[in-house]
Design a protein around this ligand. Structure first.
Ligand code: ZN
Length: 460
């Protein structure tokens, strides 16, 4: 079996053959740092993480770049609302994002690139597009990409422009132009590469050969990808909702400027739904990692739950499902701990099967079933089982290595409060109340032992 990925560009599962066998170049659209991401957003980053881990497991060297959109319509609007500078506002949410990534055991890319650090590179791509006649300055002084001049516009999202249908027409249809960063497929228009300053931008602008203004959102990713990975890359990831217009526009800008194919494999993850509707800020049906933590659920249970499904299928989020995943994960951890201390050798037969599943377009669902088969398999010694689990975990990222530490960290706030209350009444020699509190802690599944270093809480 060879490594196969579903390529959105061709709508087919294809053998993965990198452009340069020494290094896989991978770019992921990162967060717009204007708010706390919701857990639906994290599906894209967990998916990119699994992809990268599988490539590494297969022996590839991966160079991975992820951007932080720290300048766009939303960051400007929200920073103004909060009365903060754009920099201080976006740095706060970038830090929050980094914390969440750690909690979800997502490996950091080789580099996080901030859009505001690449404005010069964006300007030079825009200039090139203007020289080639693919971009024009409009009456409002903004610069737009002329989509009808780029023959392959729409190839990723499979749009058929009127223009392309009527090749004999002497009067090409005028598409109009759009200045906002986000728009729908039925609103295909020339999009903004450089937005001329207007009052709403306040003190956020650059001044250069293109005039006073700021970049459009789409050009940011073209510039950051090309600057760090070169004109052609192997894999570009993102949520399926970024396919149009964002990725379509990235192709137009990058290929328009270089004349070369920008990305070999486009890979998109599907949505997380709530009540059959996409989890989104705009629908107000979203949850954050803080909500997960508040419920005493291990955030890695969310990762575990996502891995039960293929990244290309929509998943419907309900708390009961996440709680179920949390219990299942705890059971796996417990079984792992019961294997004892010694670590043997990974079982090659299991490793082979594990690889085969992941090579089939990252079938994490079957890989997880195999993990369950492994823990139940009595023919494998506990030490070898342990080594095999740790080997699988290089891809799954469920943090088996640090379980013991994890358990301690995960003692719910409520239990800690009860233990503190018990300490207080003990100091006052109210032993009756102290016993009552101990019983309450026990009834919630925890026990408390008094040691020379103070009370120690553990799970029963
Ligand atoms: Zn992007």
């Amino acid at each position: 079996m060879s490594l196969k990925f579903y390529n959105t560009l061709t709508r087919e599962k294809e053998d993965f053959i990198p452009i340069d066998s020494k290094e896989v170049k991978m770019y992921s659209c990162g967060p717009t740092v204007y708010n706390y991401p919701h857990i639906g957003n994290y599906r894209a980053y967990i998916f990119a993480d699994i992809l990268k881990r599988v490539l590494t497991y297969e022996g590839f060297n991966v160079k991975h770049i992820m951007n932080l959109t720290d300048i766009d319509d939303k960051t400007i609007l929200n920073s103004q609302k909060e009365g903060k500078t754009l920099k201080e506002f976006t740095e706060f949410y970038s830090e929050e994002f980094f914390k969440d990534e750690k909690i979800l055991n997502i490996l950091s890319p080789n580099k996080f690139t901030k859009a505001t650090d690449y404005v010069d590179e964006m300007v030079s791509i825009i200039k090139k597009l203007m020289e080639k006649g693919l971009a024009y300055k409009s009456t409002d002084n903004s610069i737009y990409f002329d989509i009808k001049k780029f023959k392959n516009y729409g190839k990723l999202s499979r749009l058929v422009l009127e223009e392309q249908k009527e090749t004999t027409s002497l009067t090409p249809q005028y598409y109009g132009r759009i200045k906002t960063d986000e728009y729908e497929k039925d609103n295909v228009q020339d999009f903004a590469l450089w937005k001329a300053w207007d009052e709403k931008d306040g003190d956020i602008f650059w001044e250069n050969a293109l005039g006073k203004g700021r970049p459009g959102w789409h050009i940011e990713c073209s510039a950051m990808s090309m600057s760090n990975l070169g004109e052609q890359i192997d894999i570009h990831t993102g949520g399926v909702d970024n396919m149009f217009p964002h990725h379509e526009n990235e192709i137009a800008q990058s290929e328009g400027a270089t004349g070369k194919q920008f990305v070999k494999y486009w890979m998109h993850n599907e949505w997380v739904l709530v009540d059959q509707k996409k989890m989104a800020k705009s629908f107000n049906n979203f949850y954050t990692l803080r909500d997960v933590l508040d419920k005493g659920i291990n955030p890695l249970a969310y990762r575990f739950w996502l891995l039960m499904a293929n990244y290309r299928t929509r998943v419907n989020f309900v708390w009961e499902a996440l709680e179920g995943a949390n219990i299942a994960l705890k059971r796996l951890y417990k079984l792992y701990i019961e294997l004892g201390e010694p670590i043997g050798k990974p079982n090659t037969e299991y490793q082979k099967r594990f690889k085969t599943f992941l090579e089939d377009d990252l079938d994490t669902s079957r890989a997880l079933s195999l993990l369950w088969d492994l823990v139940k398999d009595d023919t494998i010694s506990p030490a070898d089982k342990k080594a095999t689990i740790l080997d699988f975990d290089k891809v799954l990222g469920l943090n088996f290595e640090n379980i013991k530490k994890e358990e301690k960290i995960n003692i719910p706030e409520e239990i800690i409060k009860l233990a503190e209350e018990r300490e207080e009444v003990r100091k006052n020699k109210d032993f009756k109340k102290s016993d009552e509190l101990r019983n309450k802690i026990n009834s919630l599944g925890y026990e408390i032992k008094d040691s020379s270093e103070g009370p120690q809480i553990s799970k029963i």
